[in-house]
Design a protein around this ligand. Structure first.
Ligand SMILES: [Zn+2]
Length: 107
């Protein structure tokens, strides 16, 4: 699979809630002491076949998240994929023009 078709495929995302280990503890979370992580994280190719539980463990380890629960795994819709590709093209065009996003990025 080349890079273009890889980008164009509908990717899998995973989301889960996890324990807040921040110091001091965040006081803005909906569930006290837990972050929801609802927007989801993209999985790497093939991780979805391992199932949500295993894939979530891999992602959580990367981010240092502990005590994960409420695992959800889903494939982005064609519309979400198109929006992601449009964003990607936009960013690539900006990069060619030498625009850098060191500050104020979309977090
Ligand atoms: Zn926190």
């Amino acid at each position: 699979m080349n890079r273009e078709s890889q980008l164009a495929s509908r990717r899998w995302k995973i989301a889960y809630s996890y324990a807040c280990t921040c110091e001091p503890r965040c006081d803005w979370t909906k569930v006290p002491g837990r972050h929801s992580g609802s927007s989801g994280t993209f999985l790497n190719d093939g991780e979805e076949v391992m199932g949500g539980q295993v894939a979530a463990m891999i992602v959580a380890r990367q981010f240092g998240h502990v005590d994960i629960a409420d695992i959800r795994m889903w494939q982005e819709t064609a519309e979400e994929r198109d929006a992601r590709l449009a964003r990607h093209r936009h960013e690539a065009a900006d990069e060619r023009r030498g625009v850098h996003w060191a500050m104020g990025g979309a977090n």
